[in-house]
Design a protein around this ligand. Structure first.
Ligand SMILES: Cc1cc2nc3c(=O)[nH]c(=O)nc-3n(C[C@H](O)[C@H](O)[C@H](O)COP(=O)(O)O)c2cc1C
Length: 199
């Protein structure tokens, strides 16, 4: 069983290599701060240093917490009727990437610094990481269910950040039109929230 899993992983990494996607470190899905302590520590922090860095391991763990694959094709969060309509994008100082939960990779969709598009607040435009929470409206047309999905993913990012000593805040303040262009979203994809992360 373990050999089959390793073989599947190796095949996915080979596919990712040839597609040019960046393979993230495997998410650490055990250990960490006890859940009750993480909930008690959760908070929004805006004093994020532009010079701070988020490691690839933290990024991988955080993306998995928000939207990773767990068991039987399910995710770390519930989605209405299991529609799985969420798509996560990562904005850094140099590029915009789409998270592929199935093989834990990032695919660059745009190059350049587009953090200002998702930040009407100065400290967010200079934070090392902004995660755009996007929904595929053809998979889930009901707005209340889309909002639930984005809220659940955001909250898992909050909990991971609390447990890992990272600062974060979820934000509705963004330039929706500019960000939609920066992410190169299809007409059926809609950005609902952005979550800023750093130290
Ligand atoms: C739907 C939603 C939208 C928010 N939008 C912003 C925002 O645009 N900018 C910001 O600085 N904080 C934003 N926040 C963070 C809230 O201000 C914050 O959660 C609240 O003040 C409570 O603080 P706490 O998260 O530390 O408990 C938002 C929170 C939610 C749930």
């Amino acid at each position: 069983m373990k050999q089959i899993r390793n073989l599947t992983l190796a095949m996915m990494m080979t596919t990712a290599f040839f597609s040019g996607a960046e393979v993230l470190p495997a998410p650490q899905t055990t250990g960490g701060m006890p859940l009750m302590e993480a909930m008690a520590a959760r908070q929004s922090s805006r004093d994020i240093s532009p010079a701070s860095q988020v490691s690839k391991q933290d990024l991988s763990n955080m993306l998995w917490a928000a939207w990773g694959v767990t068991h039987d094709g399910k995710r770390t969060i519930a989605t209405a009727m299991n529609r799985q309509e969420l798509i996560l994008y990562v904005l850094t100082a140099t590029e915009v990437s789409r998270y592929n939960p199935e093989d834990n990779t990032l695919t660059v969709v745009n190059t350049g610094d587009f953090r200002r598009d998702c930040a009407r607040q100065e400290w967010a435009a200079t934070a090392p990481i902004n995660i755009a929470l996007v929904v595929d409206t053809t998979k889930q047309e009901k707005e209340v269910f889309q909002a639930y999905t984005v809220g659940a993913a955001s909250h898992n990012i909050y909990l991971y950040c609390a447990s890992a000593g990272l600062k974060t805040v979820v934000r509705a303040m963004m330039d929706n039109k500019a960000l939609t262009e920066a992410l190169k979203l299809a007409p059926n994809e809609r950005v609902l929230m952005v979550q800023t992360v750093g130290k």
